[in-house]
Ligand binder design. Sequence first.
Ligand SMILES: [Zn+2]
Length: 134
Amino acid sequence: MEKKLKAYFVDGDWDRGTGFAVIAHSAKEAKKMMYGREGLDMNDWIELHVKWIRDAIVDGCHHGQTFESESEMLDAMYRGMYGPTEHMKCPNCGTDDVYVQEIYDGVFGCSACEDELTKEDINNPYKKKASEVA
Ligand SMILES: [Zn+2]
């Protein structure tokens, strides 16, 4: 039987929350996969922290998948693996280099979009529009 895939957040600097999500079978394996990875602040084995992202949507993810490019990071935000992220392109209005966060339940955008989006404008591929839930 296939072991269940889980999403882990591997972080070199626990306080700042900078790190990457990775798909693995265990925390130990996730840590091994990300050890020495460019972009992590700390690459000491001891300093590397791993946290299981319990509520992440892992459907369609593959073993060893990481979320490092901007499009991958946005995908990870939709999947509930990343919190608000700076220096992103807004998935709603397309403005570059903005702070992107969840502005409604399952809806992501920049602060300028926050007032304009409605529940019907859901841009998250993993969430259903209110009209589809019925
Ligand atoms: Zn926007």
